[in-house]
Ligand binder design. Structure first.
Ligand SMILES: NC(=O)C1=CN([C@@H]2O[C@H](COP(=O)(O)OP(=O)(O)OC[C@H]3O[C@@H](n4cnc5c(N)ncnc54)[C@H](O)[C@@H]3O)[C@@H](O)[C@H]2O)[C@@H](O)CC1
Ligand SMILES: Nc1ncnc2c1ncn2[C@@H]1O[C@H](COP(=O)(O)OP(=O)(O)O)[C@@H](O)[C@H]1O
Ligand SMILES: [K+]
Length: 504
């Protein structure tokens, strides 16, 4: 969610349900404490850093709860008394009237000495209400926190990190972990900000789910996947699971299309054919006994046209992997969009070729799916990669709506957007995937699942999850993130699908 969406939810809950701000703050502090208590023990010295807004108010509840439970806690208020008001002031008074003591940072160096004795720092200085650059004394305290060896747990957001996307430079607490209140904020998913969160978990604070404003953004979970991954019906036949065509490859780059095709087969596609230059077929065929071929006319190992393809045989197409930049793109994409039936997935070199042809495809009745990494997406929209990384949610939503396409923006947090602008974030996977070939495998998985699912949107989210979970499982067991190959990933898909069907 964005900060504004959080405030709206909070306000709607208070105005409509009869819950009060102080009740929600009590709930928040207690839910967070339950989570924090899993990580700390009663011999450790704990410091709670309390700021001037409601994040600080949560801090007062957390400090009181932990003290009531017998933990060694010092509550440090890092802003002057006059900054504490509203619900936070109510909870400060409850804290004091419970017989506990607040320490104040008139002199930051005193807090600094105290911090050196701390085993755990709980950071409740700033939440979603941060505006602009950090001001004194919080700026100094943030610096101090980051110098300590103590285990740092931030509440809701590491203090200083903006909640939303689109921000440039900032200073912030580098947390070991973050306990997020009610719903993850956008910054938990961006490359430049997610680092500050460490590991994060979400706690529920009693906000009424029915009053949730719909942000049209959703974190895709294993539970979502387990109810939507296609199940093979007992009496199905090969035609029920999709008849896919993969177009790509060249004499010099036969590998990527072979991986896409094999991944599609490992993901349950009923029939698969490969359209590739004739001279590439001998390199591709040995990996794919189950596939058939559409040999394409070529010049110097690169495909020239796809006019000879028998389109009646296929109900879904993936195009682009290894096709090269020298192809006759106008003819190929014109033929494709005139004749191809069912979803068309465009990846890799294909994305390069469609850049100036995008308007045309908005009217296509069947789905168009683009699967760029941030570099490819930046090229598509004529922005820089840092700009894409800073505002991926807004930029992909704008693009998908404008052109009427699905966009899968790949990365550690993959963002999947529908042509209507609905978004899903999928977090599985690890740096073992940061290698040439992983994206080719993903395209194959996505093509296969799209042809087997009722919903393209579900298929894309599930495909990203199955791809990522396979990498996680393989690197937990026999591989490492260093040694994992895209081809290992393909062979590992089978086991991931098995655990999925078992878990259902
Ligand atoms: N439903 C919800 O959204 C709930 C939110 N709660 C908590 O409330 C927080 C939001 O509370 P607030 O809106 O009061 O925001 P914050 O707690 O983030 O604090 C804003 C305060 O910090 C100061 N400040 C802002 N930018 C600063 C800067 N750059 N340098 C120094 N000081 C700065 C401002 O003076 C303002 O008073 C959430 O993050 C969460 O922790 C909970 O209390 C319970 C319910
Ligand atoms: N560090 C990472 N953590 C999680 N997933 C990653 C990471 N690096 C890459 N991936 C995933 O690996 C795939 C890489 O795709 P892409 O960049 O197109 O590779 P290629 O085109 O070389 O095959 C994407 O699915 C991406 O989400
Ligand atoms: K915080």
């Amino acid at each position: 969610m964005t900060a504004q969406e959080m405030y709206d939810w909070d306000q709607t809950a208070i105005q409509t349900s009869g819950l009060s701000g102080t009740m929600l703050m009590e709930n928040a502090g207690r839910s967070v404490s339950r989570e924090v208590e899993k990580k700390i023990n009663r011999q450790q010295n704990v410091i709670v850093l309390i700021g001037g807004g409601n994040n600080g108010g949560d801090g007062y509840v957390i400090a009181r709860t932990l003290l009531n439970h017998g933990y060694r806690v010092e509550a440090w208020q890092v802003v002057p008394d006059e900054k504490i008001h509203g619900d936070a002031l109510t909870h400060k008074e409850i804290f004091l009237q419970s017989g506990y003591v607040v320490r104040h940072t008139e002199d930051v160096s005193v807090l600094g000495k105290d911090m050196q004795q701390a085993d755990v720092i709980i950071d409740c200085m700033l939440g979603i209400g941060i505006k602009g650059k950090l001001r004194s004394p919080i700026s100094e305290v943030v610096e101090l926190v980051n110098e300590q060896n103590a285990y740092t747990i931030s509440i809701d957001i590491p203090s200083g990190v903006p909640a939303d996307e689109g921000f440039g430079e900032f200073d912030a607490v580098k947390a070991d972990e973050t306990v997020v209140i009610a719903a993850p904020k956008m910054s938990a998913f961006l490359e430049s900000t997610s680092y500050y969160y460490g590991k994060w978990t979400i706690v529920e604070i009693g906000l009424p789910v029915k009053l949730l404003p719909n942000p049209r953004r959703q974190l895709w979970t294993k539970r979502d996947a387990s109810t939507t991954v296609p199940i093979r019906a007992k009496h199905s036949h090969k035609g029920s699971h999709g008849k896919g065509l993969v177009i790509g490859g060249s004499y010099h780059m036969p590998g990527s299309i072979a991986m896409t095709a094999r991944a599609a087969l490992r993901s349950g596609i009923g029939l698969l054919s490969i359209a590739t230059p004739t001279t590439a077929i001998p390199s591709v065929a040995p990996f794919l006994q189950e596939a058939t071929f559409e040999p394409l006319p070529e010049e110097q190992g690169v495909m020239m046209e796809i006019d000879g393809v028998d389109w009646s045989k296929y109900n879904g197409t993936a195009i682009g992997m290894g096709m090269g930049r020298e192809v006759n793109a106008s003819s190929i994409f014109q033929t494709l969009f005139q004749h191809a039936k069912g979803p068309v997935l465009i990846d890799a070199d294909g994305l390069y070729h469609v850049k100036d042809k995008l308007m045309k495809y908005a009217d296509r009745p069947d789905p168009v799916i683009l699967t760029p990494h941030p570099g490819e997406f930046a090229h598509l929209i004529d922005r820089s990669i840092p700009e894409v990384m800073q505002s991926p949610f807004t930029l992909t939503r704008g693009f998908a709506e404008k052109y009427g396409v699905y966009v899968v923006l790949k990365g550690p947090a993959t963002i999947i957007t529908s042509p209507q602008g609905d978004q899903r974030v999928e977090l599985s996977g690890n740096a073992g995937l940061a290698k040439g070939g992983s994206g080719d495998v993903l395209s194959g998985v996505l093509l296969a699942l799209t042809l087997q699912s009722k919903s393209v949107f579900d298929a894309l989210a599930n495909g990203c999850m199955i791809h990522g979970l396979t990498a996680e499982r393989l690197t937990e067991n026999h591989h490492s993130t260093t040694g994992l190959l895209a081809s290992d990933l393909i062979e590992g898909l089978s086991e991931t699908f098995r655990t999925f069907s078992v878990s259902m």
